[in-house]
Design a protein around this ligand. Structure first.
Ligand code: HEM
Length: 140
């Protein structure tokens, strides 16, 4: 498991793009829209409580954020759903998020998906899709 995490972080750090035909996108593997929403809520709550990245969320409407994040992840998994929030760069560039912050959030997400027993290939699918947004979240 530790080796898997290191491998995934290496993918994220490299900013690699997974080939779409190798991805098995399926909302069903995450418990449908409701399951994804629960994952999103848990991620937002743990991020806000986290010693490293919690400060980013101090003045944020966490309910709205969890709703928008669930929509965004749903679109990444090919839905069907619609993202109604801001574009990623507009939501993030002013925050000064570093690579280590991005990786911390990914770790929290992996923990949540592990706890919920999400299939490993499904986890990798979502993580690979989120990795593609990396350049829109971290301002170099
Ligand atoms: C690929 C990774 C990420 C995705 C897909 C993502 C997605 C989102 C979405 C959908 C929103 C809502 C935008 C809106 O309200 O219109 C948002 C806002 C936000 N994100 Fe992220 N995010 C990611 C990474 C991060 C990271 C690493 C951090 C901090 C460590 C972060 C901190 C925030 C904060 C603080 C907001 C609220 C901004 C505001 O309301 O002013 N995000 N993100």
């Amino acid at each position: 498991m530790i080796r898997l995490r290191i491998a995934l972080l290496a993918v994220l750090i490299a900013g690699c793009q997974a080939s779409p035909d190798r991805l098995h996108r399926s909302l069903g593997q995450f418990g449908g829209a409701e399951g994804l929403h629960q994952i999103s809520r848990a991620l937002v709550e743990r991020s806000a409580d986290d010693p490293q990245i919690g400060h980013f969320f101090a003045d944020v409407d966490l309910v709205n954020l969890a709703d928008r994040l669930a929509e965004h992840m749903c679109v990444e998994l090919d839905g069907p759903c619609t993202y109604t929030g801001q574009p990623m760069p507009e939501a993030h560039f002013a925050l000064g998020i570093r690579e280590s912050d991005f990786n911390r959030m990914v770790e929290l997400l992996q923990d949540i998906m592990d706890e919920r027993g999400i299939d490993e290939s499904a986890q990798n699918t979502l993580l690979a899709r989120l990795a593609e947004s990396r350049g829109e979240v971290i301002r170099q």
